[in-house]
Design a protein around this ligand. Sequence first.
Ligand code: NDP
Length: 450
Amino acid sequence: MDYIHDALVGLSKSSPAQSEFYQAAEEVLECLRPLLESVPRYHEHSIIERIVEPERQIMFRVTWVDDAGKVQVNKGYRIQFNSALGPYKGGLRFHPSVNASIIKFLGFEQIFKNALTGLPIGGGKGGSNFDPKGKSDGEIMRFCQSFMNELYRHIGPTTDVPAGDIGVGAREIGYMYGQYKRLTGRYEGVFTGKGLEWGGSLGRKEATGYGAVYFAQNLLEARKDNIEGKTCLVSGAGNVAIYTIEKLYQLGARPITCSDSCGTIHHPAGISLDTLKLLKEVKRASLREYVEHHSDAHYIDAKDYPGDGHAVWRIKADAAFPCATQNEVTEADATALLANGVHCISEGSNMASTAAAVDRFIEAEIAYGPGKAANAGGVATSQLEMAQNSSMQQWSLKKVDCKLQAIMADIHHQCATTAKEFDQPTNLVLGANIAGFRRVADAMIEQGVV
Ligand code: NDP
């Protein structure tokens, strides 16, 4: 009996029309085959059937009034996927593309990512199909407050601790935290990514991007190579992309691209971090404006992208850092990346590559770090923020960054040694999935049928 196949078929029946979730589940379960064949207890305890089913899914209506006085209605989601290792932990995404499948795939990935950090955190995720783009501060605040009016009853510092993701940064977390405090009367570490003056951790904002670069450094060092001097492709222009670019410069590499939903910037001399931060962190403007500041940079409009992928992956380079969104690297992009000499990929975004693209990277045996390992620095530092909150301390940036570097090195070590144990030493997708799964599954068995 092929119970992995049966589990995947079962999912498509019990949770119809959730393609992103099936993609994430299939990747993990297929990687588990050699483990499940050699360790019968996971099957005996029905771990596969249990791990693909969220412990709790909350869906709710979010109503708010826009600046014109019109009532708007959005959907809100929180998936509390697995609490075997600790309180649910995972970000909130505000983007018009958000639906139950996207939140579910993100929550599922989060279980294994959080397990890889070695820290006591379970997996969860949430968000809304609300589009923050073009909204006034007042509209953002009213939406966040309404979202919190329902979510507050499901979260808490030892039950579920949300953070940011696409469309949710310091401003949104501030508004949601304020409303939580107003509703509960409690000043406690219920969110991570908070402002530095009210419970945030130094280094959290930078952690996902910095961590993705540290992971690439580990990948390269394992091959007696180094990130220094490498020409790098980065996609995205948000939190993860900006701090990936910043760390690449600090380590002597040259990031030459970034992108947003409108288009891609190719700046052969190196992306200007100051201009990027000005446009995205201060003005919240389109990347189109970048070329007004740099006449030697090129802008490629999204409508001119190749039909089978993304312009950013068609440029010659040594390393690539997808930092925008899921499935942003197609099979054709993967072919182009390999043909153009890219031999190291560290994913800042979640499920950045399609299944076919991942297959190409594994076949080519390049240094490939899947998102659930490479971008785990964000959630790991969130857990450091929780530790600081519960002990009422604030650590120095140096202390947080040292811990982040050690965690990323440890995640790489776990992925690499597990891949080796299963005779596929260059397949860190398999290494990440098995290493993460074992920790969660063993905890589930020890905690009984719950
Ligand atoms: P931001 O909202 O700060 O930035 C997202 C960037 O990606 C923006 O430049 C946005 O363009 C672009 N983008 C988003 N969706 C699309 C799309 N459908 N097509 C093209 N471009 C798109 O989000 P983050 O930087 O926080 O998140 C980026 C990725 O990293 C996500 O996959 C997220 O899940 C992952 N991640 C984030 C973590 C964190 O700590 N923030 C932790 C771990 C993973 P535009 O500016 O036009 O909207």
